[in-house]
Design a protein around this ligand. Structure first.
Ligand SMILES: *Cc1c(COP(=O)(O)O)cnc(C)c1O
Length: 370
């Protein structure tokens, strides 16, 4: 173990030569962006990897989420049920699309949308649900699907954390009307910056494809007031190179998570993320909750780790409704579980070049204080 600071995450990188041999092709064919050959290759590989019907690659996950929302032509001003326990991007995408977010509280079991509380939020203005698979744990997709069908709502998943996650052998992106994935540098699979819309409906993917290219249809018409959010060839090359190693890197993360769990599972006052048997996890995050029974508060634990050059992160804290741009419009008090979890949560460092000794060093600090 080195004495360098231990960061919350470090991006996955492929062997340098594998990346350069891919980008050599960019010099050979002078195709930099606009659905180039590497873009097409990555799209094909991801379609297979994710058992996806259709995919549209994006320059980042946020734009992909806006595109997915846009593709359903939801009535302007209609209400979209979502959660405040997420990254700003989820809410921003709804608001920037001219829709009104309605915040549903989360479940304390998995930090995902509490499906028992969705029904009471549905009005005749509700058009969609945008749930988040927080930390890669799948939402209760069956119940969400049932509610959506009953009330004729679209379901668009923010699956930014859930790349490679499977429920009973099926990709989590098979549920809902569409899913957004993020391939940002800090995510489990990266294309430097990047993202995708996945859907089994070809029309939705065609709409997403037009939207990322200014709404262009053919060479002479624009059918839609789109944006510019295409994935370029350098990003695609990084994705192709990284995808080959993903399974091996998830296996490393799984071992590190086991190391943490071995040390922390019997510590009073620390709650670990529950994992379920039928879910193949991607081990993207290692969140813990520092409960009242622990001698230190969450913030004190965070400081203690920092003293040891360990940089854990309060992710997600605060909840979205606590941000300056939302706090005057939305009350955090209507999401008591989300507020409570956000005050207790700490994500521990986890990345594929971390060694087990580092996880044990961090786990030992938390055990010693208990
Ligand atoms: C990362 C992330 C996003 C945004 O993805 P980018 O690729 O960074 O634009 C959206 N939602 C959640 C939950 C995320 O973690």
């Amino acid at each position: 173990m080195s004495s360098a600071p231990i960061l919350i995450t470090r991006p996955s990188l492929p062997p340098f030569e594998e990346y350069t041999s891919l980008i050599q092709r960019i010099w050979e064919n002078r195709w930099l962006t606009n659905a180039g050959p590497l873009h097409e290759q990555l799209a094909a590989e991801l379609t297979q990897f994710l058992h996806a019907r259709h995919i549209s690659l994006y320059t980042n996950g946020h734009q992909a989420l806006e595109a997915a929302i846009h593709a359903f032509c939801l009535p302007k001003g209609s209400e979209v049920i979502t959660t405040p326990y997420t990254f700003a991007s989820t809410t921003h995408a709804i608001v920037r699309s001219g829709l009104t977010p309605v915040f549903c509280d989360i479940s304390s079991d998995d930090y995902n949308i509490d499906v028992t509380k969705i029904g009471e939020l549905i009005t005749d203005k509700t058009s969609a649900v945008v749930p988040v698979h927080v930390y890669g744990t799948p939402c209760n997709v069956t119940e969400i699907g049932r509610i959506a069908k009953k009330h004729d709502l679209k379901v668009i998943y923010d699956a930014a954390h859930a790349f490679g996650v499977e429920i009973n052998g099926r990709s989590v992106t098979e549920w809902g009307d569409a899913s957004m994935l993020s391939f940002h540098a800090t995510k489990i699979f990266n294309t430097i910056e990047g993202g995708a819309v996945i859907s089994s409906d070809k029309n939705i993917i065609d709409a997403a494809d037009r939207y990322k290219n200014f709404g262009m249809q053919g060479y002479e018409d624009f059918t839609d007031i789109g944006t510019n959010a295409k994935m370029n060839e350098f990003q695609a090359a990084m994705g192709i190179a990284n995808l080959k190693y993903l399974d091996a890197k998830i296996a490393v993360r799984k071992e590190l998570c086991r190391g943490y769990t071995g040390l922390l599972q019997d510590v009073e006052g620390i709650t670990l993320l529950k994992r379920s048997e039928n879910v193949k996890s991607n081990y993207a995050y290692y969140p813990i909750l520092i409960e009242d029974a622990y001698p230190l508060t969450r913030d004190e634990v965070c400081d203690k780790l920092t003293e040891n050059a360990v940089f854990a992160r309060k992710y997600f804290y605060p909840i979205v409704t606590g941000y300056s741009c939302y706090k005057d419009s939305f009350a955090s008090s209507s999401s008591p579980v989300a507020s409570d979890v956000s005050k207790k949560v700490l994500c521990l460092p986890l990345y594929d070049t971390m060694d087990l000794a580092t996880a044990e060093f961090i786990g030992d600090i938390l055990r010693k204080e208990a």
